[in-house]
Design a protein around this ligand. Sequence first.
Ligand code: G6P
Length: 606
Amino acid sequence: MCGIVGYIGEGQAADIILDALKRLEYRGYDSSGIATLEQNALHLTRAVGKLSHLEAALQSKPQAGQIGIGHTRWATHGGVTEANAHPHVAGNKVAIVHNGIIENYAELKTELQAKGHEFSSQTDSEVLAHLFLDALGQGQTGSAAMQAVLAKIKGAFALAVMLQEAPDQLFVARNASPLAIGIEDGLICVASDAMAMAHLTRNVIYLKDGDYAALGVDDVQIYDRDGQRANREVIRTTASPALIDKGGFRHFMEKEIHEQPEAIAHTISAMTAADGALRTGLSEADLSDIQHLVILAAGTSNYAGQIGRYWLEDIAGIPVSVETASEYRYRAPAHLAGGAVIAISQSGESLDTLMALRHAREKGMKVIAIVNVPESSIAREADVILPTRAGPEIGVASTKAFTAQLTVLFALAVDFGRAKARLSAEDVAELQQKLLAVPGAVGAAIASFEQVQPVAQHLKKTPSCLFLGRGRLYPLALEAALKLKELSYIHAEGFAAGEMKHGPIALIEDELPVICLLDEDTLSAKTISNLKEAEARGATIILIATQTIAKQVDFASFKVVIEDCDPLLAPIILAVPAQILAYQTAFEKGTDVDQPRNLAKSVTVE
Ligand code: G6P
């Protein structure tokens, strides 16, 4: 993660870079900084905390220059201090911004220190600035210095470099971390995400892994990892140029919870063929040939995958395994012939998922991607893209992207079931009708804000709680626990309700909140028994459930009740009150809902 920006043009670089960084703050918000070059002098402003702190610093001390680089940081190496904030400057000649991790920085730092280089931060990134200084000291040009630096460093990175001796050029490189170059008459810019500069230009070049470039206005020189000049296509980006606002809501998350009916409806309509049939976009050959699936994802996207497994197995009869991307990458999974992987990622940039996808591809597997950002790295590396149409998601905790991912996974199960002749035409039509009812049901579930309020008041005082669910609602219990912990910092764990008796029940003591997700299906009687067992041991039972089954649980202290819905699709609809519970509890506690501590929306480090 971390967001990087670079700009050369006729405008004031600091203002333009600050504006671009605002669009990248989702990538990290521990600290930020901007360096500009003006009349042969490097100027630097850095600030700890949110971007607003950098903005205030720049207002009190404006920074001139028509070339500059900027950064918003998610700390990896070194604490959250101004000294560790980017840009890092060496010898007043080199300024760099970096996203990623330089894995061999410690040995490089030792070598540089032996040569007399002095470091002022604990970061791996500062090593890059000194490596450049060292190369320039040996008389190398910017591009040659970049090539020399790249030959020394290991890891995943995107970097932008500004040199005092080259006031009309920026030097950039990428390996695994994202970097886009924007080109327009009279300006050139770079950013970790094309969205950050879409208001400046729609003409974008995505560098390939190992590429580096020397960039000037009307002068783009790209080299591949062997140092050969390379041509990379200029595309028209579809990234939204608008700086998204909260539209009258208190937080982006609240707005995004409310946008779910629309996000789901758009996602369904993009999967609806001209004749009205549900079609995901996977070819008929793939739908009939693929015999099993491996789902790769991280965080909330992984929980979407776990729910999707129930549908794919139940509706389509396809064996599915769901893998934690960061683990899969370093295992030697036994690959069966006839399989495909599905990488699920809101951002399309999670490095763990990207690396897992590459690992699977090396084993010869076809790659399907469910992504919300169509130009992302994962989308660009996939064989088939099944897009979620949730629109930009800004709140760090995923809401509308999650329910849109579930929508695609359900449609995929139906599509496989149809193509494999496991479903009749009537079955398909019936399932499609059920899916079409989801946006309305989700809209109705959003009305649970009021019911959630007393539960949030209660939960905010608790240090710990448990979430339970069975069947399709088990992964939703995991997701609900993740949401609550990441937003409110309350310790929360999700368990399969039936697994309680095998250990977690030992955690139950007087008034421990046990929050159960429940709908009316074949397992609900068993889940209610599991809840009884918790209640008998003093737990405070909180129910998030559909109407009819909720009436059967007369021992719950709190109930959040939504309209009855088809159990098959209940995970999508019950996700909404679970999101609202996390949101309201965090709001009541006064934590930073949209930018929780230590988190970032897009995690481009391993
Ligand atoms: C980060 C975010 C999570 C997200 C996960 C996967 O950890 O904080 O909210 O679920 O990345 O993100 P992706 O963009 O791959 O879905």
